[in-house]
Design a protein around this ligand. Structure first.
Ligand SMILES: NC(=O)c1ccc[n+]([C@@H]2O[C@H](COP(=O)([O-])OP(=O)(O)OC[C@H]3O[C@@H](n4cnc5c(N)ncnc54)[C@H](O)[C@@H]3O)[C@@H](O)[C@H]2O)c1
Length: 430
């Protein structure tokens, strides 16, 4: 089996590296985060992934013990040991501006150790055009020529966190090589893990663009249903029931509304298209509006809590249940829950949030449901988690503040209205 080097050991890179190791490849994983690498070397990860019932923690320890997976910060040693290189570092977005820094830094590290015959596959989600315009020239600073001395391919990553192992295997992949030989070598490597169809596209740009558009299409779909939710709410109709009924139409597939759109992928996607759109003089009006609609949802959700407060915000205490960017995730990057908490805090409220899956420290986080509920005037359910109950509300009531009627803002359609009202709560839904 081939040797594989995976750059970036995050939500994508770690389960991908382990997917190759599990199938017999010797895998070196490179990351610049020393604390992360030390944790992985010790067999520790907070990810919530599993493969056929085996948790990632067990897979990690097994592959370390078998010597098939080696996490390191030493890019040069990794490059010397492997001929197949996969890039999974991200392109962060801050205030709408993207940063190619990590991708360029990895490209330089690869160039420094690139050998004739090596294969480089970029799997990061990129601004369309990046592989050819930015990555390729940096790799060629090695003195080797792409297509003649080394192989270069781009294959988008489509997994959803929480289903990574399954989707690496079963999600159809899209791939483009710089030339036919690059595409063939890349397809052969990917098919060690991917059993689904691998679609070969005519250029890097097609696959890069398809990936960004896949993400934006979900962002737009969610914005649409979030707007439908406002309308349904004003009509006094339950949007979740509307979605259920609409989806009985064979050609309609509405998503469900929520507290906003979070994570690394969907909120960033528009900002991967905008720079090139500006360069090319193309208006992206609908896509920009959808992003703005989704960005505004956390404030709307916070508003649902603020208008129910029985006391001025400065005297109010609120419990937030779930801060992950989506249900059953440990990832709180760009989480709408964090945005809603910010709005509540800026209004003067004291917030205590409980999420048993998210490891990130936050000053407002507490260690138990009871601590979050204690003395609170209301509860916001912003993400579901194992170990975060949404039943047994009668037991919550005595923990809550005594002044006024406590309320629950349920953005996940998780609470039973009859139970909620019987327990003495007012229920607010989207
Ligand atoms: N998270 C997802 O569900 C998902 C799904 C599909 C595609 N993607 C895409 O995959 C890519 C990775 O996403 P992620 O969620 O795994 O990100 P992540 O932040 O979890 O992981 C990226 C890792 O790269 C490391 N890194 C940064 N610079 C480096 C360098 N110079 N050398 C080595 N390592 C470096 C970081 O320390 C981090 O551990 C992104 O492009 C993302 O858009 C993510």
């Amino acid at each position: 089996m081939p040797d594989v080097c995976v750059f970036g050991l995050g939500f994508v890179g770690l389960p991908l590296a382990l997917s190759f190791a599990m199938r017999g490849c010797r895998v070196v994983g490179v990351d610049v985060d020393q604390a992360l690498v030390a944790e992985l070397q010790a067999g520790v990860t907070h990810h919530l992934e599993s493969y056929q019932g085996t948790p990632i923690q067990e897979i990690l320890r097994r592959e370390l013990a078998a010597g098939r997976f080696r996490p390191t910060t030493d890019a040069a040693a990794a490059m010397a040991a492997c001929d197949n290189i996969i890039v999974t570092v991200g392109v962060p977005v801050e205030d709408g501006r993207h940063d190619l820094g990590p991708v360029l830094e990895v490209s330089r590290a690869i160039a420094a150790g690139l050998k004739p015959g090596d294969l480089v596959i970029v799997r990061s989600t990129l601004i369309p055009g990046t592989t050819r315009r930015d990555v390729l020239p940096v790799l060629e600073q090695s003195g080797l020529k792409a297509g003649r001395d080394f192989f270069l391919a781009y294959s988008s990553e489509r997994i959803a966190e929480g289903r990574a192992f399954h989707e690496f295997e079963h999600m159809p992949a899209a791939l483009a090589g710089l030339d036919q030989a690059s595409a063939e070598r890349a397809a052969a490597l990917l098919s060690i893990v991917t059993k689904a169809e691998i679609t070969l596209a005519s250029s890097f740009e097609v696959v890069e663009m398809a990936k960004v558009m896949e993400n934006i299409s979900r962002d737009v779909d969610i914005a649409m249903v979030n707007e439908f939710a406002r309308f349904a709410r004003a009509m006094g109709v339950d949007i979740f029931e509307v979605v259920r009924v609409a989806n009985t139409h064979l050609r309609v597939n509405l998503l469900t509304p929520g507290p906003g759109v979070g994570g690394y992928c969907l909120p960033n996607a528009l900002f991967y298209l905008l720079p090139r759109a500006r360069e090319l003089g193309v208006e992206l009006e609908l896509l920009t509006t959808a992003r703005r609609v989704n960005d505004a949802v956390p404030s709307h959700v916070a508003g649902l809590a603020l208008r129910n407060l029985p006391v001025p915000p400065a005297q109010a205490r609120l419990a937030v249940l779930g801060i992950a960017m989506k249900d059953y995730s440990n990832d709180d990057r760009v989480s709408p829950a964090l945005a809603a908490i910010r709005v509540l805090q800026e209004a003067g409220c004291q917030v205590r949030a409980y999420d048993p899956a998210v490891p990130t420290p936050h000053p407002f986080k507490v260690g138990s449901l009871e601590e979050a509920l204690s003395g609170a005037h209301g509860v916001l359910i912003l993400a579901l988690q194992e170990g975060l109950p949404t039943r047994g509300l009668a037991a919550w009531r005595p923990l809550m503040a005594a002044d006024g009627t406590p309320f629950i803002v349920d953005t996940r359609n998780a609470v039973d209205r009859a139970e909620c009202e019987a327990a003495g709560f007012r229920l607010e839904t989207l």
